[in-house]
Ligand binder design. Structure first.
Ligand code: F6R
Length: 610
C-alpha cells in the first residue's frame, strides 16, 4: 500500500527520504517519487519501478534541499507510471503533495477545477487535491489555510504531506483514515505513514488522529484539527530495533519471519504465563475480563490471515470457555448493520492495526456502543489506539507481505486469552498447568519442524509446476487448511482452496484426478479416523497426497505420497505447529516458480483502502 515520508531539518532531505521509502518497500508499491524545496524552488523526481531505480536516477539528477517529501504508490486510480506517481504538483509548479487513501468525490471536484482552467497531468484522484489547494492558495496566499479549506471539501480518506516553494520552512501533513506518525528529532522533524520509515532518526513520536493536521516549521510543530482548533498531543517513546527490519541474512523477509517463529512465539508469551496457577496474565485486557466472562456472545472480526486466526479463536473459546463466539469478515461486518448489544464483546484481530475494513468494523461497533478489544502487532497503530483495550502480539515488525509470524503469535495470544478465561470459569488448575507446559514447549517444537525445511524444499521442487492444490483439515486444522491455501496462492500464484475435509464430498471431490495435489492436515486427534477415510477417497481417485501428521504415526505414511511430521501437542495448540510446514511449502513453491516472494503481484502489506 502507498507509503509517505517527509523531512524538515538541517540535513539534506533526499537521502533521508530515499532511506525512509526503502523501509516502506515492504508495503508493496509500483512507483515512487520525491520532492524537495531548494531556494524557493520546488523540485520533483518520480517514476514507475523500484526505489533503487529512483535512487539511480538521482545520481544524475540532483534534488537538493533540507525540506522534502517522498512517496511509494500502489496504483488505485490509473496505471503505475511517472505521471500518476506522487508527488503531484499544481499548475504553477510551486505546491507538491503526496497522498495515501482515496478521494471519493474527486470526479466532481476535478470537473469544477478544470472548468476554472486547472490543467491535470495525471488520472489520479490525488492530483485533484493539489489543484484544490492551489485554488485556495491563489485566493488567500496562506498555505495552512489553503490546505485546510481544501480538506474540508474532500470526501474520502487521506494521509497527506504538502510542501510549497513559497514556504521553504514549512511542511504540512494531515490525516483522515490513513495513518501519519510524526518523529521529533534534534532540530529536525520527520513524518511517515509507518514508524519504520523514521526509525533510526528519533525515538520520540506522536501520532495524528483523524481530522488533525500538523504545521511543521524548522523550529516548531503545531497540531490542530482540520477545522482549526488546537490539539494537545502526547509525545511517546518508541524502541525500534533496526536489525529487526533488515533481512538478517535470509534471501527474503518471508523466510526470515518464518524462521523467527520459535522466538516470536516465545515473545508473545513472555511474562504472561503463571506456571503455578496454571493460567495467564494479560495486562492489556485485565479490566475487561468481567465483560468477556459475562458476555452473551463474543464477536471476532478481522481480514485474511487474521480472520483465520479468529476462526481458531472461536474453536478455542467455545471449547474451553463455553461462551458463544461468532467470526465475521470485517468487510462484511462494517456494512451489515451488525447486532451489537451491551452483552456482546467485539474482538478485532489485525497484525498491522491499520487495515481499513477492520478499522471500520471497530468504529461501527463503537458507534453501536459495543465494547471493542483489539489483538494487534503494531504498537501505537490506529486500531490499537481506538479499541477500548487489547493485547499486543510482540512479534516484532512483520515486513513480508504474506503474514506468517503474526499468525502464529495471534493464535498464541488467543490461546493465552482462552486459558485465562477458562481458568476464571470452569477449567481445573491441573488442566491449566498442562496447557501452560504445552505453551512453553511450542518454541522448541516449532524449531524442530523448521529444521526439516530441506525436505519441504525438495517436495516443492517436484510440485512447482502444478496449477491447483486442495488443503483439507478438520476441527482446529480446518482454519489451518484455509491459511495454508491462502499462503500458497498469494505468493506462488497457484490456485489453492481450503476446505473442512468432510466437505470434500460435497463438491471439491469432482476436481480430484492424478494432477491434483491434496494436502491433508491429519494430526492424531478425535477426527483422525475420519480423515483417514477422506484420504482413502482421494487415493481412490489417484490424487497426489500430502499429510501433515503427528510424529510416530507410521500408518499414515503408507497411505500418502509425502508425510511431514510435527511433534505432538494438545488440540488447541495444534494450528501453531501444523501451519509451519504449510508456510514453508508456500515459500519454496514460490521461490521455485521464480516469484518475487516479498513483493507478490497485486498485493500490499497493509490494506488501508477499501
Ligand atoms: C495474508 C495477509 C493478509 C492480511 C490481511 C489483514 O498473508 O497478510 O490476508 O492478513 O490483509 O491484515 P492485518 O492483519 O494487518 O489486519
Amino acid at each position: 500500500m502507498c507509503g509517505i515520508v517527509g523531512y524538515i531539518g538541517n540535513k539534506e532531505a533526499s537521502p533521508i527520504l530515499l532511506e525512509g521509502l526503502k523501509r516502506l518497500e515492504y508495503r508493496g508499491y509500483d512507483s515512487a517519487g520525491i520532492s524537495t524545496i531548494s531556494t524557493n524552488k520546488l523540485l520533483i523526481h518520480k517514476r514507475s519501478g523500484k526505489i533503487s531505480d529512483l535512487e539511480r536516477d538521482l545520481v544524475y539528477r540532483e534534488i537538493p534541499g533540507t525540506l522534502g517529501i517522498g512517496h511509494t504508490r500502489w496504483a488505485t486510480h490509473g496505471e503505475p507510471n511517472a505521471e500518476n506517481a506522487h508527488p503531484h504538483d499544481d499548475c504553477t509548479g510551486k505546491i507538491a503533495l503526496i497522498h495515501n487513501g482515496i478521494i471519493e468525490n474527486f470526479d466532481i471536484l476535478k470537473k469544477e477545477l478544470q472548468s476554472k482552467g486547472h490543467q491535470f497531468k495525471s488520472v489520479t484522484d490525488t492530483e485533484t487535491l493539489v489543484h484544490l489547494i492551489e485554488e485556495f492558495y491563489n485566493k488567500n496566499g496562506v498555505l495552512e489555510q489553503a490546505v485546510r479549506e481544501a480538506l474540508l471539501l474532500v470526501k474520502g480518506t487521506y494521509g497527506i504531506a504538502v510542501v510549497c516553494g513559497d514556504e521553504p520552512d514549512m511542511l504540512i501533513t494531515a490525516r483522515n483514515g490513513s495513518p501519519i506518525v510524526l518523529g521529533i528529532g534534534a532540530n529536525e522533524y520527520l513524518i511517515a505513514s509507518d514508524v519504520a520509515a523514521i526509525a533510526g532518526h528519533t525515538c520520540n513520536v506522536t501520532y495524528l488522529d483523524d481530522n488533525e493536521m500538523a504545521i511543521i516549521r524548522r523550529n516548531n510543530l503545531v497540531i490542530k484539527t482540520i477545522d482549526d482548533r488546537p490539539v494537545e498531543k502526547k509525545v511517546e517513546q518508541i524502541s525500534f530495533d533496526l536489525d529487526k527490519i533488515e533481512k538478517g541474512g535470509y534471501s527474503h523477509f518471508m523466510l526470515k519471519e518464518i524462521m523467527e517463529q520459535p522466538q516470536t512465539i516465545y515473545d508473545s508469551m513472555r511474562g504472561r504465563l503463571l506456571e503455578e496457577e496454571g493460567t495467564a496474565k494479560l495486562g492489556g485486557i485485565q479490566h475487561e475480563l468481567e465483560s468477556l466472562l459475562y458476555a452473551r456472545r463474543v464477536l471476532f472480526s478481522a481480514c485474511g490471515t487474521s480472520w483465520h486466526a479468529a476462526l481458531i479463536g472461536e474453536y478455542m473459546i467455545e471449547e474451553s470457555v463455553r461462551i458463544p463466539v461468532e467470526v465475521e469478515y470485517a468487510s462484511e461486518f462494517r456494512y451489515r448493520d451488525p447486532i451489537i448489544d451491551r452483552d456482546t464483546v467485539v474482538v478485532v484481530i489485525s497484525q498491522s492495526g491499520e487495515t481499513a475494513d477492520t478499522l471500520a468494523a471497530v468504529r461501527e461497533a463503537k458507534r453501536k456502543r459495543g465494547k471493542v478489544l483489539g489483538i494487534c502487532n503494531v504498537v501505537g497503530s490506529t486500531i490499537a489506539r481506538e479499541t477500548d483495550a487489547g493485547i499486543y502480539l510482540h512479534a516484532g515488525p512483520e515486513i513480508g507481505v504474506a503474514s506468517t509470524k503474526a499468525f502464529t503469535s495471534q493464535v498464541t495470544v488467543l490461546a493465552l486469552m482462552t486459558l485465562l478465561l477458562a481458568r476464571m470459569s470452569s477449567m481445573s488448575a491441573s488442566r491449566g498447568r498442562e496447557i501452560v507446559q504445552e505453551l512453553k514447549s511450542l518454541p522448541s517444537k516449532v524449531k524442530k519442524i523448521l529444521d526439516g525445511h530441506e525436505y519441504i524444499e525438495q517436495i516443492a521442487e517436484q510440485y512447482a509446476n502444478k496449477h491447483n492444490f486442495l488443503y483439507l483439515g478438520r476441527g482446529y486444522n480446518f482454519p489451518v487448511a484455509l491459511e495454508g491455501a491462502l499462503k500458497l496462492k498469494e505468493i506462488s500464484y497457484i490456485h489453492a482452496e481450503g476446505y473442512p475435509a468432510a466437505e470434500m464430498k460435497h463438491g471439491p471431490i469432482a476436481l480430484i484426478d492424478e494432477n491434483m495435489p491434496v494436502v491433508f492436515i491429519a494430526t492424531k486427534d478425535s477426527t483422525y479416523e475420519k480423515i483417514i477415510s477422506n484420504i482413502e477417497e482421494v487415493r481412490a481417485r489417484k490424487g497426489k497426497l500430502f499429510a501433515i501428521a503427528t510424529e510416530g504415526d507410521d500408518f499414515i505414511s503408507t497411505k500418502v505420497d509425502h508425510t511431514i511430521y510435527i511433534p505432538p501437542t494438545i488440540g488447541l495448540l495444534t494450528p501453531i505447529l501444523t501451519i509451519i510446514p504449510l508456510q514453508l511449502l508456500a515459500y519454496y513453491m514460490a521461490v521455485k516458480r521464480g516469484c518475487d516472494v516479498d513483493q507478490p503481484r497485486n498485493l500490499a502489506k497493509s490494506v488501508t483502502v477499501e
